[in-house]
Design a protein around this ligand. Structure first.
Ligand SMILES: [Fe+2]
Ligand SMILES: [Fe+2]
Length: 474
């Protein structure tokens, strides 16, 4: 069952008996998980036009073809090694990178890999019912593309666990299939991955903002001194960019269509009356998923983050771009905090302890370009509306602002005002009901799109927009 044909790889799987044995044990459980917890209702009779990673050659790493979802070939790929790669941050800076896991960092590295690994199947579980409500075959295919690649990212982490962490690694690999998104007894590890994604607007906001958290985490792991971890995550980033493309353009197409409908209705009309998604509802979903994704970056002050950096396990995103000594022994970060009397103030913390916040800075910046593009689009329609990213204190459940209340512009609010007004800024059940009513009937006809979303500018892999991206077997 284990062959390079079934499991495309560049890790010499066919000559690695130990890894083969481990995977022979794990793969059937993975497939069972995929059937039970993956896209519901599209496993047996549908063929999907998917890309499959078949090498790491930048010029042609993927292959496009129709496949049934359970027949997707989840492969194992590490980006090409960089010759003479050296550790470029922390206390071991300048030394050669590690090809094996040092005993003293085994637990920390395992924890980093398991935490990353846990998010991958979690998002597939969160999105498993969306196929029944798709706005087009093009979007349905993109959903499944994201899903199979998150599955492959799980494989990537499981490869590391099996190859470098012995018995514990094998146990962790099993548990990655046992936890379940939203499950009361065995939930996924991070909160944003326990919220079900029931609407396509949520899906696009999730892939825009939460997959982008994936990008910042993968970038910082790709700096790791553990070379196999670095190479694995570097290749995952290649796939990840498509996920963010799906989110960014999905939101953009909804906004485009809303603007068209507003114009057709003479600007003053409530766009919901003509079957569109009003821009304030889009903003609420930005607020929700952006703030959830900020939480994923962890506490502002973190000794774990400091240890990961000092020991060279996890760097900053694009470490070489920072113009300091990459050791950060004496540097400080000026952090926004709340003092004992509840007032906003600034406090200096050692830079190493503030590295979650540094990564959050990187992330907020990376989100900004999308918002700017959407605003240009709205302006080009002559509509007076501006999207924004909420202040990073807004709606936080983790870190120093958890349990406190702020409006999206960072002004402190009392609990009473927060409860009274939070529905202005976050989706309320009536919004979700409305979105569900829009997607009640899926659109399965090639080239057709639901009324609330504009078609994309172009199709996938140079295929036309009306290509049959998902076809049903007779
Ligand atoms: Fe992923
Ligand atoms: Fe992703």
């Amino acid at each position: 069952m284990i062959s390079s044909e079934r499991i495309p790889n560049n890790v010499n799987l066919s000559s690695n008996k130990r890894l083969q044995r481990a995977l022979e044990h794990w793969q059937p459980k993975y497939l069972q998980w995929w059937r039970e917890m993956g896209p519901q209702g599209f496993q047996d009779y549908h063929q999907v036009y998917l890309r499959t990673a078949v090498s790491v050659d930048p010029k042609g790493w993927a292959h496009f073809e129709y496949v049934k979802l359970p027949d997707y070939r989840w492969g194992i790929f590490l980006a090409e090694p960089m010759p003479d790669r050296r550790i470029n941050f922390g206390q071991f800076k300048g030394q050669p990178v590690w090809q094996e896991v040092p005993g003293e960092f085994r637990n920390q590295l395992r924890r980093l890999i398991v935490t990353q690994g846990d998010t991958e199947p979690a998002s597939v579980e969160q999105q498993r019912l969306l196929g029944h409500h798709c706005p087009s075959l093009y979007d349905l295919r993109n959903l499944f593309q994201v899903n199979v690649e998150e599955g492959r990212h799980l494989w990537a982490m499981v490869y590391l666990l099996h190859s470098y962490f012995g018995r514990d690694g094998r146990d962790e690999a099993e548990e990655l299939l046992e936890r379940q998104s939203g499950n009361r007894d065995k939930p996924r590890m991070l909160e944003a991955f326990n919220t079900p994604i029931e609407t396509w607007l949520d899906f696009f906001a999730f892939t825009m903002f939460t997959d982008r958290d994936g990008k910042s985490q993968l970038l910082s792991l790709s700096e790791s001194s553990l070379d196999p971890l670095s190479r694995t995550t570097r290749f995952m980033l290649t796939e990840e960019s498509h996920h963010m493309f799906v989110g960014d353009t999905g939101l953009s197409r909804i906004i485009e269509r809303s603007c068209q409908l507003m114009k057709e209705a003479g600007f003053s009309e409530d766009v919901r009356r003509v079957g569109g998604i009003d821009l304030p509802t889009v903003q609420k979903h930005i607020n929700f998923w952006f703030s959830q994704s900020l939480d994923l970056h962890g506490s502002e002050v973190s000794s774990n983050a400091a240890n990961y950096f000092t020991n060279g396990l996890k760097g900053r995103a694009e470490e070489e771009r920072y113009r300091d000594d990459h050791v950060l022994t004496d540097d400080v970060y000026l952090l926004d905090v709340i003092d004992d009397s509840g007032r906003l103030t600034k406090r200096e913390v050692p830079m190493r302890n503030a590295l979650n916040e540094v990564l959050r800075d990187w992330y907020v910046d990376d989100c900004r370009s999308g918002v700017e593009r959407w605003n240009k689009k709205v302006a080009s329609h002559g509509i007076d509306f501006e999207f924004y990213l909420p202040d990073r204190k807004f709606n936080r459940q983790i870190g120093i602002f958890a349990g406190l209340h702020f409006d999206p512009w960072g002004r402190p609010l009392g609990p009473e005002e927060w409860n009274r007004r939070k529905g202005e800024w976050l989706p309320v059940p009536a919004d979700t009901e409305y979105l569900k009513s829009l997607q009640a009937k899926p659109v399965y006809e090639p080239g057709r799109f639901a009324n609330y979303i504009a078609p994309p500018l172009r199709g996938i892999n140079q295929k036309p927009i009306d290509f049959e991206y998902v076809r049903t077997e007779a």
